[in-house]
Design a protein around this ligand. Sequence first.
Ligand code: HEC
Length: 128
Amino acid sequence: MKLVKTLAAGAILSVIAASASAYDADWKRGRVYYRSVCTSCHAVAPIGSINPSTKTKAEWAAYIKADKHAKGKDTVKQYVSKAYRASIKSGNKAAEKFADTPDQELLDDVAAFLNKGAKDGDAPASCS
Ligand code: HEC
């Protein structure tokens, strides 16, 4: 009986651990997405390209968390959404390639790339 209880508790714990563990972000996919989708718009918008190395890791983390894009006119999340990818995929290879990726995974990937490419990150990066 004791063994059964122990096993059951173990099973429950492992389920909790699995659901609590964050998605393992793929910064390489984030880089592709950032350069192909985010930068392709910034480059033609009056703002111009935004290099990840212009902000620190903490600044990027706060930026993603605040989710206020373009001085608060819209959100960062909308640009990683499936709906946005669907709207541009005919002219954007990355949007087409990642058409079915869950929004949150793509946001985590972009955040991981920005963290790595930040001013004080492992590999300060430009946007192209
Ligand atoms: C459809 C065009 C477009 C897309 C796509 C886009 N941006 Fe932007 N972004 C802008 C414009 C326009 C501004 C400048 C707004 C201003 O200065 O008034 C901007 C500004 C920014 C800024 C400067 C700070 C701010 O918010 O004003 C950051 C950082 C940024 N974008 C990140 C991103 C990231 C990350 C993505 C991709 C997930 C993205 N953007 C996708 C158009 C875009």
